[in-house]
Design a protein around this ligand. Sequence first.
Ligand SMILES: Cc1cc2nc3c(=O)[nH]c(=O)nc-3n(C[C@H](O)[C@H](O)[C@H](O)COP(=O)(O)OP(=O)(O)OC[C@H]3O[C@@H](n4cnc5c(N)ncnc54)[C@H](O)[C@@H]3O)c2cc1C
Length: 391
Amino acid sequence: MPEALVASRSLPLNDLSEDERSFRQVVREFARERVRPLVSEMDDEARIPRELIDACFELGIMGIEIPERHQGAGATFFMSILVVEELARVDASVAVLVDVQNTLVNNLLLRWGNEEQQARYFPKLASKWVGAYALSEAGSGSDAFALACRAEDRGDHFELTGRKLWITNAAEAELFIVMANADPNQGYRGITSFLVERSFPGFAVGKKEDKLGIRASSTCELILEGCRVPKQNVLGQVGKGYKIAIETLNEGRIGIGAQMVGVAQGAFEHALKYAQERRQFGKPIAEFQAIQFLFAELATQIEAARLLTYNAARLRDTGAPFVKEAAMAKLFASRAAEDVTSKAVEIYGGYGFTREYPVEKYFRDQKVGQIYEGTTNMQLAVIAKQLLGKL
Ligand SMILES: Cc1cc2nc3c(=O)[nH]c(=O)nc-3n(C[C@H](O)[C@H](O)[C@H](O)COP(=O)(O)OP(=O)(O)OC[C@H]3O[C@@H](n4cnc5c(N)ncnc54)[C@H](O)[C@@H]3O)c2cc1C
């Protein structure tokens, strides 16, 4: 190849560096050896055993972007994406636990926390504390800025009152990033982000949801009754919580894209193997062209979803604009996961419809990809606003 062409050649999106490849391999083995044996039990019992969470900390995947000086891995956002994808190939619940920790909680503290807050919380988040991100409420989901949780200034501290709903990791978390309005007269410009510890007076974790999918991932209500939060636990500035929430979710949804790529890939691999074993009409069903073409279609969808997701993550790491690309990645990957997992159930025939085989769980687990961190319609709204130059 001529030298100029070599120099100008951009690398393929899924061409991983040596570090990325070996990190992915380590996580792949962890998922196979430590997570896979527990998948069915975790789904039945709707919980992730503490020992497995501890193993995630020991592996260093709970503090991927946390700087080494704060005991983290000091790696990139893209690494988090690889980790979430690999875990979701095996179990979407463990994947979202790690995803929320890295792409929402740690990321938020990295971008908006001051030196003192980082020094106080990062070593814990890298070694033993699970984190959670609390924006949604019963009355405000897509319309997140209509949140009703209030924060009253009491001199040296704030008092938070209200309820949060749907909070991932809440059963296990020690640290919650809670959005509350400190000045409702200012509308959304009163929204403020707080670092709330589980042990703060007036804070409680409420009912745990009984869900269709990602059953092992805890999703709970938070109850704040005059919860006392010291002023030094305000993240960024008072009144800037709306900006913090929205910018964090822009990044977080790349993580959901990765989760959906992993879910689709996991279901696909099971179906591909099964189709080569299952015999009908005297031969493996994989020998029928209709089945082969179906696999070709599904593999293409997964590849496209992966490339959109990697592209958004790489853009984010280089500091380039990525909001539209992140929304596209989540939109497309969650649709691909729905289609791939549904077709995987069909490839298994009647067996696919039972809990004895793995694909029905992938089918249940994918559905949330079109709901959390912004529904499909919200992703379309973000993309459209970007196209029309309204953001
Ligand atoms: C398992 C799970 C885990 C979650 N984890 C967290 C978490 O950790 N932290 C957190 O803060 N939240 C979390 N959520 C909440 C999640 O982000 C919300 O459920 C989501 O934003 C949608 O809000 P909603 O459920 O109130 O639906 P709604 O906003 O009521 O939406 C209902 C339907 O109306 C559509 N819709 C709404 N407004 C419009 C519009 N303007 N135009 C077109 N269509 C519209 C939506 O697309 C959707 O189809 C979680 C949810 C689930 C299910």
